[in-house]
Write a protein that binds this ligand. Structure first.
Ligand code: NAP
Ligand code: HSE
Length: 408
């Protein structure tokens, strides 16, 4: 009998329990204990009451348990439990991107020096096998970029705004009911969830941990239906993207809404689906697409990792990580941008146009409903931030997003 400890019995944990107890992964796989906050809580998936505990020591100190599945969420206490399990020589499978983005290097070192395995496929892209694919790609390729729609909740929201013209808050509530959204959905909407996922992929691709403070991050909270419709009228979809791009000796990481032409694959990935594009010098551009969130897809990725642990090979042996570089990122790449600025009457419009012309050339302008819409010529991110900062200071409601052409 292979005994496992399961920490967390929410959306993902209950899915893991169902797959393991179905016997599909291995007839002798057994969940011996389940750690939750409240063992008496009524649950959608049932498990024998004696399995539940709120004491982590029941798992960590049980010598029969050689593998711990950590699917609770948040930094603490999960980070401490993962560290303790690995230090005791227990292997760990986790879906926790917050812990992995910040501590992947340290935790892999602890696992390796204690003869244990650490796998975290479900931490990025839900059911998409992107971590194992990337660890294979880096063996032969120099990776120049990883770009993706890495958050199911926000892709679901953007898809529904575009198709159903519904209210942002109403769609977010639907995503929460479907189990996609984080406990604190601002992690989805403001970009923290995507920042952690793209930091994990960038660290693996470029061999360096990522300092969160170096990531440019702009969320989608301020997107209006008008932006989605204006983008569509220019021939684009608005997508929320995470991107890591090699730049000179280093790399830049950003999380922001971007406009993508309708005929690119990435622009047509909808609902809770995720897509990740990696570009290597030998392989070229590759796309991976699938369900990025939800019970079954995520639990499937977790249980696939459990099977890897049981096969006793270190599939992450190609991951080599230098510590994060605290030097600020430089975003010199030039892009066209979509810009929307609100105004109030003729003088406000004329003043807005003057401000724009003082920094960039005016281009492809449309005006309706007291809003000015424009596609800029190619400029860099700092110039756009300066312009939009000036417009916002003078009381304008502003939204801008780069146009991304370097995808599949
Ligand atoms: P969830 O539904 O909120 O479930 C969390 C579970 O962990 C609950 O059973 C909760 O106990 C338990 N828990 C939380 N804090 C605890 C603590 N301090 N001590 C003991 N138990 C604790 O979360 P989820 O959606 O399954 O997500 C789990 C992890 O997977 C997160 O790291 C998330 O980011 C990641 N993930 C989720 C998805 C997805 O689609 N949901 C996809 C990929 C990755 P109670 O039940 O008693 O409250
Ligand atoms: N909240 C996350 C999402 C869950 O919507 O993608 C999967 O990591």
């Amino acid at each position: 009998m292979m005994n496992f400890g399961l920490m967390g019995f929410g959306t993902v944990g209950s899915g893991v329990y169902e797959i393991i107890s179905s016997g599909k992964a291995g007839k002798d796989y057994n969940i011996k204990k389940i750690l939750v906050r409240d063992p008496s809580k009524p649950r959608k998936v049932s498990a024998p009451g004696e399995l539940f505990t709120k004491d982590a020591a029941d798992i960590l100190e049980d010598e029969d348990i050689k593998l711990v599945i950590c699917v609770m969420g948040g930094m603490e206490p999960e980070y401490t439990y993962i560290k303790q399990a690995l230090s005791l020589g227990k292997s760990v499978v986790t879906a926790n991107k917050e812990v992995i983005a910040a501590h992947m290097d340290e935790l892999l070192d602890i696992a390796r020096s204690n003869g244990a395995y650490l796998y975290f496929e479900a931490s990025v892209g839900g059911g998409i096998p992107i971590i194992s694919s990337l660890t294979d790609l880096i063996k032969l390729n120099t990776i120049s970029q990883v770009t993706g729609i890495l958050n199911g909740t926000t892709n679901f929201i953007l898809t529904k705004i575009s198709r159903e013209h519904r209210d942002f808050a109403d769609i977010l509530k639907e995503a929460q009911e479907m189990g996609f959204a984080e406990a604190d959905p601002s992690a989805d909407v403001d970009g923290y969830d995507m920042m952690r996922k793209i930091s994990i992929l960038s660290a693996i691709a470029f061999g360096n941990m990522v300092d969160e403070s170096n990531v440019i991050m702009r969320g989608i909270r301020n997107i209006l239906l008008d932006d989605v419709l204006a983008a569509e009228s220019y021939g684009y979809k608005i997508k929320f993207l995470g991107q890591g791009v090699r730049s000179g000796e280093g790399f830049n990481v950003c999380v922001e809404p971007a406009l993508i032409k309708n005929d690119f694959v990435v622009g047509n990935v909808n609902e809770e689906y995720n897509v990740i594009m990696a570009q290597g010098d030998l392989i070229g551009k590759l796309c991976f697409m699938g369900k990025g969130a939800g019970k079954n897809a995520t639990a499937e990725a977790v249980v696939s990792d459990v099977i890897k642990v049981m096969s006793k090979t270190d599939e992450y042996s190609s991951i080599k990580l230098k510590p994060a570089n605290s030097e600020g990122a430089r975003f010199e790449e030039m892009h066209e941008y979509y810009l929307r600025v609100s105004f109030n009457g003729y003088y406000s419009l004329s003043n807005t146009l003057d401000k724009i012309s003082s920094l960039i050339k005016r281009n492809k302008i449309r005006v309706y409903n007291n809003m000015l819409f424009m596609i800029t010529e190619a400029v860099n991110d700092s110039l756009m931030r300066e312009l939009c900062g000036q417009l916002a200071e003078s009381g304008r409601d502003v939204f801008f997003a780069r146009i991304e052409n370097n995808v599949l």
